[in-house]
Write a protein of this length. Structure first.
Length: 481
């Protein structure tokens, strides 16, 4: 008989959270700490969503999305998770760029970038200061019509090299392009510039394990292998979910799943106004990415002068289209030294490139497997420029593609960073359409990435808490449609 992953679950909760990405888990933990009863449902067999890892024989552990996040994670983790989690966040000191226009190493903060822009790129100090101040002064309610490209042209006209330095890491970090609103760039860039790039010591497996324990301590009912088929709505009010063939009632539901699949697959457009449906349909998904995961033989050390993150490109100029092309010219390498997991003797390298879902989805099974093998081989060749004897030192190498991300997280098109900017307004408008229904997850560039997703979870948890207090006197609707 199939195992019942909902065994012992109650028939009704104050809130059901669908998805255990960082936004979903943080929303669940924050709500449970206020005393609300919370059920967290995850379709995968592991918690974490994109914040995940995988193991391979021989003791190799690969992190999927632990490449770097801004310092704000320390404060968010301390407030909404635990001191132990916050205290494990450490800075990455060596961020490198290597492309036909320049090669440099930086700590990736305002002080060092200011120095580089003045000394290496020969820019007037006043222009550099004005640019940083403008980027830091941006907030969500600002002008949304200026594009990133226009912002750069205003401060550094004609300086393709400067644009590359300022833009390449952010494009890699969240898929944003020169055509996106400048505000989405300004906020994310300034977050990083405040103190540099940080990581979690001990790896994603340790982080998610600590978070899981914290959820249980806070009283969240955590369930894996629970794929929510339907969000149940009656009279424009949410009343529960259908999961693993069972209807469970709730006064509120937070979906951490992809914004578009939440609206169109789990709820159904008949429960929303026409205008809202049109806006939701117009939301563009963010792009996806490919990775090559490489483990060195045990005890095989990497020279730390390679850096922690290396933005490498052979393209003469920075162009978003070139970044997405199957004809790869740009790769970002994350070097994981043994200190990533203290006590380990393993060195690992992950190469990432932005990618389009369509390019991979159209391939036959044979071509798909052949393309993955080709991706691994060409990446090893490209890496040999920095680690000449890489082939002899490799113990394991494999690739992931947009199809892989779609498979594991159910994100439409394997989108690594949810949706483009317009997704945020749609996500925020959901509760105005269906009482008690919320969305918290990667949307609109600002609310994506580890820090953005986590903070969005907190914002939405506070909204849900207010809704629950307001609707406390109303009995929950029965979870039947
Ligand atoms: C390759 C890669 C590298 C990245 N690198 C970085 C980085 O260096 N720094 C950084 O800050 N960010 C990085 N990110 C982005 C970051 O990982 C994500 O933005 C963030 O983790 C997303 O969190 P989320 O809360 O939006 O949910 P997600 O992680 O998208 O999780 C959603 C969860 O919902 C679950 N779910 C979906 N549908 C259902 C359903 N019907 N029923 C139950 N559960 C469901 C999924 O299984 C999943 O667990 C990277 C992402 C990728 C893919």
């Amino acid at each position: 008989m199939a195992r019942d992953f909902l065994k012992g679950a109650r028939d009704s909760y104050d809130c059901i959270v669908i998805g255990s990405g960082l936004a979903g888990m943080t929303a669940a933990n924050t709500l449970a700490r206020t005393g609300q009863s919370v059920l967290l449902l995850e379709q995968h067999y592991k918690l974490g969503g994109m914040a995940t890892w995988f193991k391979r024989p021989g003791g190799h552990i690969f992190d999927i999305s632990l490449h770097g996040f801004p310092v704000g994670m320390i404060k968010s983790c301390r407030r909404y998770w635990s001191k132990e989690i916050a205290d494990s966040i450490v800075q990455l000191r060596n961020i490198r760029f290597d492309n036909p226009m320049f090669s440099l190493t930086t700590t990736f903060n305002r002080e060092d970038f200011t120095r580089l822009l003045i000394e290496k790129f020969q820019l007037p100090e006043a222009d550099v200061v004005a640019f940083f101040d403008a980027a830091r002064g941006m907030n969500f309610y600002d002008d949304q019509s200026t594009t990133v490209g226009e912002l750069f042209q205003k401060f550094f006209p004609g300086r393709e090299d400067v644009i590359r330095l300022l833009m390449e890491p952010i494009t890699y970090a969240n898929g944003s392009t020169l055509e996106d609103p400048a505000i989405s760039y300004g906020i994310v860039f300034s977050n990083f510039m405040s103190q540099g790039v940080f990581t979690f010591e001990g790896g994603t497996d340790r982080l998610i394990d600590l978070m899981h324990k914290e959820l249980v301590t806070s009283g969240v009912d955590v369930r894996i292998r629970c794929d929510v088929e339907k969000i149940l709505v009656r009279d424009r009010r949410v009343c529960g979910v259908r999961v693993n063939g069972r209807d469970i009632a709730a006064r509120s539901v937070v979906s951490n799943a992809n914004l578009k699949s939440t609206i169109f697959r789990m709820v159904g457009e008949e429960h929303f106004d026409r205008k809202f449906v049109d806006d939701a349909q117009a939301v563009r998904l963010n792009n996806s990415s490919c990775q090559v995961y490489m483990a060195l033989k045990p005890g095989s050390d990497l020279d730390e002068s390679l850096g922690d993150l290396l933005f490498s490109s052979t393209a003469p100029l920075f162009r978003t289209d070139a970044l997405l092309s199957r004809d790869i010219t740009s790769r970002t390498y994350s070097f994981y030294y043994p200190r990533t997991r203290p006590g380990s003797d393993r060195s690992l390298i992950v190469s990432s490139t932005n990618a389009r879902y369509e390019d991979w989805a159209k391939l036959s099974k044979e071509d798909y497997e052949a393309s993955k093998r080709d991706l691994v081989e060409t990446t090893i060749d490209a890496l040999a420029r920095y680690v000449p004897d890489i082939r002899e030192r490799l113990a394991h190498a494999e690739a992931s593609t947009p199809i892989t991300f779609r498979h594991y997280t159910q994100h439409l098109n394997g989108a690594s960073f949810g949706t483009k900017f317009e997704g945020l307004a749609v996500s925020r408008a959901i509760p105005e359409q269906v009482g008690g229904l919320y969305h918290a997850g990667s949307v609109g560039i600002i609310m994506s990435g580890w820090l953005g997703a986590m903070n969005y979870g907190v914002i939405v948890a506070n909204d849900v808490d207010s809704w629950l207090l307001k609707s406390a006197t109303r009995p929950p609707l029965a979870a039947t449609t």
